[in-house]
Design a protein around this ligand. Sequence first.
Ligand SMILES: [Cu+2]
Length: 501
Amino acid sequence: MIPRTTRTLRILIVFAIALITAAHVGSSNVHYEGSAGPYGIRVLIRTPGVIPGLAQITVRITDGTDVRHVTVRPVRSDAGLEGAPPADTALGVEGDANLYSAELWLMRFGSYSVHVTVSGERGTGTAFVPVVAVAERRIAMSVPMAIGLVGAGLFLFVGVLTIFGAAARESVLPPGETPDAKRVRRGKVAMVGGGVVVALVVMGGMSWWNDLDAAYQRRIFQPLHTSARFAAASGRIVLTLTIDDPAWLGRSWTPLIPDHGKLMHMFLVKHDDLAAFAHLHPVSTDSNTFAVAFPRLPAGNYRVYADIVHESGFTQTLTNLVNLPPVLATQSLDLTVPPRDPDDSWTMTQPFGAASTRAMSLPSGRTITWERKDDSFVVDEDMTMRFVVRNADGTPAALEPYLGMMSHAAVTLDDGSVFIHLHPAGTFNMAAKARFERVEGTASEQAADSSMAMPRSGVEENVVTFPFAFPKPGSYRVWVQTKVAGEVETGVWDVEVTDRR
Ligand SMILES: [Cu+2]
């Protein structure tokens, strides 16, 4: 048994490390469920995590077998279509007629849209899938590779010294003649001299490599730095998040664009037990500061995840850890005082580990059930999470769009090192997608596919599904928000995700 303080400290350290990982904290893989013109498609883009790096793309055709050709093309937002490489053909995956796969080089840091073009009997259609290319990690050299390279290096080093020695000793002698003592000595001198030169070259190479490595590590993506604090103001608890990063203040980032009409979507999770959850929409008071009235939730540390979208289509999640002191939490405040964004929602649920695994009763008497065949989840396994909402009397509940979507889900690893906000259409950002459609799409592509909020055909009105894969093994909490009769409710589940079988 680890003492509680040590455990808390360890979690804080893990969280601090997690804070420096990328947008959609802990994974920048993209799941997309939607359409490419007349074709239903499901796309999974596994980002390389290193730049330049090779992204793995799979495209599944979900509604038919009449597809003849699938291509993928990465378009960097600042280079546009003219600066983009030609489209690559995605090859059919053997044994699965509806599955295509391709690899794409993401050469530079930034915001991309991957154009997935499908053609067949029903014509041609393109989907724009937003991808954020950032360096998230540095790949360490494997031990066998290191041993192999050191061995090869030593072989070459000895080899080149032998060549130096032989050249100085006997290169000008006629064949068959034995070198005299003077020549033998000259050979030895050449070997030592050559050895020193080669060693200097190797040391120079090492220092060049270390510089390159340090430069790469400086480019590993970190979201903009923020500061956050709670304060009492005009009868309310106000949470203020300030972007104080020099890169932002120095205007080296493009301005923000709204996503579902809000400049920021902020998620708050109570740090110690994950029992309190809020999805709020802070309002900017100036271009750096965002403020929001905090709901009646208990005192403690809160993890902050704030999603923002830049004009370039680049999305990032700003993270922080902020303390709500008991003196503020217990103050008698009138928390109903406007202005409060009508789309703000929050909930108190069971502490982490005690949440339901399948059916969950909501405060309204409705239930929301995670329908699945078993409780085993494997890391990186592409799957569909399916949730069913029923009224208190068991009849199907009529879901209404909430913030333009039939549902919003959030997935976190218990230590906070993963936080992903997703929708029935996938994990990509809607505002970024709309931006790419507007800038890079043709008129017909812009007209198509604008009804993301609508339930997918063939899915019942009280069912929401999410394409997803857990990015790492561990204990996860999943929140799913749906709206019925004007009321947003949040279901919560705890699941274990294991390493590959
Ligand atoms: Cu959402």
